[in-house]
Design a protein around this ligand. Structure first.
Ligand SMILES: Cc1cc2nc3c(=O)[nH]c(=O)nc-3n(C[C@H](O)[C@H](O)[C@H](O)COP(=O)(O)OP(=O)(O)OC[C@H]3O[C@@H](n4cnc5c(N)ncnc54)[C@H](O)[C@@H]3O)c2cc1C
Length: 415
């Protein structure tokens, strides 16, 4: 069987490997780290068909500019004279229109929906050692203005036959008997589910090791050997690896790695933070996005994770603890009696979301080479989209028709 090299061992790389291994390919994953931390580990773990509105959407630019004036806001762009950032920002701004969202929501929803089904299939195949709970996810709000926006969104969701349930403050309190909830109301999307992303990564890794996939860890890809339009080997700091097909799934580092192939990818890293409180005595029952503050709350068994913020400050900027403090403070205004304390800064996690300028991933073959597939740019929904991305990558390698139309995800759309 064909030798396939996957570069990047985040959730996208591992899901690619899962479906390729199942299809019988000889799979090698080259990962710079050790697959024990990184963006795919500390995120909120939602698998959410309800996130069908791409990140670039009307109002987001104005809201972002307003947020930038406050140090504790959920959004920050570090001002710098960087041509890639300027180009990305301009393209994002051009995409943040009702017409583009209208065009992109359907392909995004189809991919999300496929992925939701496939994530359950993975659970059925590998066992639920990643704490998957299929009880939906709340969008909770405190203000009338945000309520109005969420009700409009719920109306939009009807287009995709997504079930929505509306709850007032008392009804939500009844559903969360162990913690005090201070909200105006919320919309529950029952189709959504959540997992423990770190356990998901560990489950996939164990399966892949047993199934014979090769992990080349602590190995950085530095270049490629090419013959005409074919990549024949992947060059790394540990030597060269011959290959037949190459999949680039390097998350926020996609433009760095693609550059050595002469390919320019428009993408910025969007840093987010999370804190995990272990074995808390009175936990939430439902995951919830606290929409006014853009904070995500995820109960994971006895643990509780809170996460949020979007900081566009490059690949190597330091953690800003005040951003994590803002998440924590906002969470406590929704759940005032929560029995948690702000963690030691060394226990604050941060990760980099790979942001394309329209909020859609890049998935597909690249015409510069006859054996290169790109699978990246999954922004805020990489866990949600991982299973479907893996399945489509396998279909592309196998030259089969893809399960959903992937035209909208063309990696060359900003060439
Ligand atoms: C706070 C926060 C909350 C989030 N919550 C959710 C959520 O609830 N649901 C959801 O769907 N998504 C969520 N996300 C987004 C999700 O985490 C990402 O979309 C996803 O993890 C991206 O996966 P990836 O595999 O593309 O990238 P990564 O996980 O970053 O993996 C890329 C890998 O490539 C490796 N790499 C890079 N360069 C090289 C090289 N030269 N050689 C070898 N290896 C290399 C890196 O080391 C890295 O491990 C959240 C993100 C954040 C920050």
């Amino acid at each position: 069987m064909k030798k396939v090299t996957i570069i990047g061992g985040g959730v996208i790389g591992l899901c690619n490997a899962y479906y390729l291994t199942k299809a019988g390919y000889q799979v090698r994953i080259i990962e710079r780290g050790d697959i024990h931390s990184g963006t795919s580990f500390g995120n909120a773990g939602y698998v959410s068909p309800s996130h069908f509105v791409p990140l670039a959407s009307p109002g987001i630019v104005a809201k972002g500019l307003q947020w930038m004036l406050s140090a504790s806001s959920p959004f920050f762009i570090k001002p710098r004279l960087d041509w890639d950032l300027i180009r990305w920002g301009f393209t994002f701004w051009k995409n943040a229109t009702a017409a583009t969202v209208e065009k992109n929501a359907t392909p995004l929803f189809n991919l999300l929906n496929l992925s939701r089904e496939l994530t359950t299939d993975i659970k059925n195949d590998l066992g639920n050692s990643f704490r998957m709970e299929e009880i939906g996810c709340f969008m909770m709000y405190k203000s009338l203005q945000v309520e109005k926006h969420e009700l409009e969104l719920a109306e939009e969701a009807k287009k995709f036959n997504l079930e929505t349930r509306f709850y007032n403050a008392q009804e939500i309190q009844d559903m969360e008997p162990d913690v005090e909830v201070n909200v105006r109301g919320g919309v529950l999307y029952p189709i959504d589910c959540h997992i423990h992303p770190g356990d998901f990564m560990r489950t996939l890794t164990s399966y892949l090791e047993e199934a014979g996939a090769e992990f080349q860890l602590n190995t950085t890809v530095t270049g490629f050997t090419k013959v005409g339009k074919t990549i024949t080997a992947v060059q790394t700091d540990k030597g060269d690896f011959e290959t037949e097909d190459v999949i680039l799934s390097t998350g926020s580092w996609l433009p760095v790695v693609s550059k050595s192939l002469g390919i320019d990818m428009l993408l910025q890293a969007g840093k987010g933070y999370s804190m995990t409180f272990e074995n808390i005595s009175k936990n939430l029952r439902y995951p919830a996005i606290l929409v006014d503050s853009r904070v995500a709350m995820t109960p994971m068994g006895g643990d509780l994770r809170m996460g949020g913020t979007m900081e566009i400050s490059g690949l190597n900027s330091p953690q800003l603890i005040k951003r994590a403090q803002a998440i924590y403070k906002a969470a406590l205004t929704y759940y005032p009696g929560l029995d948690v304390s702000f963690p030691d800064p060394k226990n604050i996690w941060s990760g980099l979301r790979p942001l394309s300028p329209d909020g859609l991933p890049y998935i597909g073959r690249h015409s510069a080479y006859n054996n290169l597939i790109i699978a990246g740019g999954h922004a805020m929904i990489g866990i949600s989209l991982a299973a479907a991305t893996g399945k489509i990558v396998e279909e592309l390698v196998s030259n089969k028709p893809t399960s959903v139309d992937i035209k909208a995800f063309d990696p060359e759309r900003y060439r």
